[in-house]
Write a protein that binds this ligand. Sequence first.
Ligand code: SAM
Length: 314
Amino acid sequence: MDLRPGPRGLLAAGDREWSPLFGGSPGIPPTAAMLFPSEAPLTSQAYDFLANLVYERSRIRLGPDRQTLVAGRLRQRLVALRIDDYADYCALLKSPQGADEVDALIDLISTNHTHFFRESSHFDLLTRQLLPRLAEKSIAGMRPLRFWCAACSSGEEVYSLAIVLAEFCRLRPAVQWHIEASDISQRMLERCQQAIYDADKVSVPQQEWLERYFLRGIGDRDGYFRVKNELRRQVTVRYVNLFQDVYPVPRGLDVIFCRNVMIYFDVPSRNTLIERLTDQLAPGGFLFVGHSESLIGLRHGLRTIAPSVYMRPE
Ligand SMILES: C[S@@+](CC[C@H](N)C(=O)[O-])C[C@H]1O[C@@H](n2cnc3c(N)ncnc32)[C@H](O)[C@@H]1O
């Protein structure tokens, strides 16, 4: 697996520093060193090179209006690398030693905003209409339900889905399920794998789900919740670039969540992506995109089930 291990401090102690909710107690100390920002100006020439490289590798389209944002995000990176100007940074990216740095660049450029139960109507639709049908198929086919969160950021989407599935299966223990969680950002994948979230940001539709699916941090971990093992072990976290040649994810999927990422891609890239995701779905499987990302204007052979939800015909 291409996923690098997360920071030791959070993972090494296992679950000993975690207790059931509503019982324990003080915060993870800040880990990032404070760095003085680089003063180097980002020239248009360097920016064009960076924007082309990011597009070539990730299809994330950085328009001319993003130059200030990119400079802001890269400033501390140059300081950390002890590089004085962007021409030297570009030279590093072009060199054979720069291969890992391209990943770091994309990591810094990508927008990772997400939260628990984002676009909650998708989870409602799943629970009320789609899961009952899929569960029947799963039982008849004697196979687990297979889900893929294809640009999952730090994992809030993944564990929202996991909670919905666990809740659905409380009354149907015969139904097995598994979630593939992937992203292009190693930094986000580490967070997804750790499944540790600021307690203030863990917002779920039913209060009892907090107790059922999260542990509360105690001691140094006070103020944080961790998703319980019983959900985490249903999830495989791995690096996937949506434009890499072959996906390391099984085909015949029942549901793909690919939400709030297409907005960063141009139309030809969206067409390629939808074609590949369709191919990855089982007949009768569902594709969820972000609420602001309909497939209107794209080439596809999917049926519209609800706004931003599509089905591969049987
Ligand atoms: C705004 S977040 C969306 C997170 C989540 N799906 C949601 O809707 O809340 C977009 C994510 O897409 C990822 N991403 C961008 N380009 C990608 C690519 N080419 N392959 C895989 N993931 C990508 C980013 O790293 C980021 O974590």
